[in-house]
Design a protein around this ligand. Structure first.
Ligand SMILES: Cc1cc2nc3c(=O)[nH]c(=O)nc-3n(C[C@H](O)[C@H](O)[C@H](O)COP(=O)(O)O)c2cc1C
Length: 187
């Protein structure tokens, strides 16, 4: 396997980060990998917000949990509580990918997924563990949503798409098994 294939095969979702910062130049490299992503018609309707401020990350986590708890359907909240009650798993750093709706509607979500995976694979290739974090969007779902958008300097009209948590895992984890039943080959 070449280095790229090894990186893809090694990646796993880290849900327990140790308290160790990531060096600034590595973070910049990861952000540049995000910006190198392809996008439909090269519109680049994204904003990469790198958050290294632990106080802000904690505020966002508290707000996200509060919003999740307030929903009538407690499935997601209970899932998080079952995992130790952390949305961000003590990650020292998080990237929020903010996006703007594109035409046709939903196309921006494809770009979002590619950016997120570029971040994840770039980080993995550098020995930096990570986790895509859809739950990050819940931080913006309540009364503090506008405040967070301002704090994170979101561009006008941009919304939180996805978070990616970055840091160093307490323990490495086996990647998920490949489900070959999901592969169809037509000869
Ligand atoms: C779009 C997206 C959103 C995700 N959001 C979360 C999340 O909020 N919290 C979390 O712990 N994992 C999240 N994950 C990680 C998935 O649960 C994980 O990729 C899946 O269980 C497979 O495990 P693996 O990544 O270790 O192979 C997300 C993954 C994707 C692709």
């Amino acid at each position: 396997m070449n280095d790229t294939l090894l990186t893809i095969a090694r990646r796993f979702s880290c849900r327990d980060f140790i308290d160790k910062p990531i060096c600034e130049s590595d973070l910049l490299t990861i952000c540049k990998s995000a910006l190198a992503s392809p996008s439909g018609m090269n519109r680049q309707n994204w904003q990469i917000v790198l958050i290294e401020n632990k106080v802000i990350i904690k505020e966002m986590e508290d707000e996200g949990l509060k919003n999740l708890q307030s929903y009538h359907d407690k499935t997601l909240y209970n899932r998080i509580m079952g995992r130790g009650g952390k949305l961000f798993y003590n990650a020292p750093c998080m990237i929020i990918i903010a996006i703007k709706e594109r035409f046709p509607k939903g196309a921006e979500l494809i770009d979002l997924g590619i950016v997120s995976q570029n971040i994840s694979l770039a980080a993995t290739s550098m020995g930096i563990d990570n986790c895509h974090c859809g739950f990050a969007a819940f931080c913006f779902a309540g009364t503090k949503g506008t405040e967070f958008k301002q704090k994170l300097q979101f561009f006008d009209g941009y919304e939180c798409g996805l978070g990616v948590l970055l840091g160093y895992a307490r323990e490495s984890k086996k990647p998920h098994d490949l489900n070959l039943e999901k592969l169809t080959i037509i000869n």
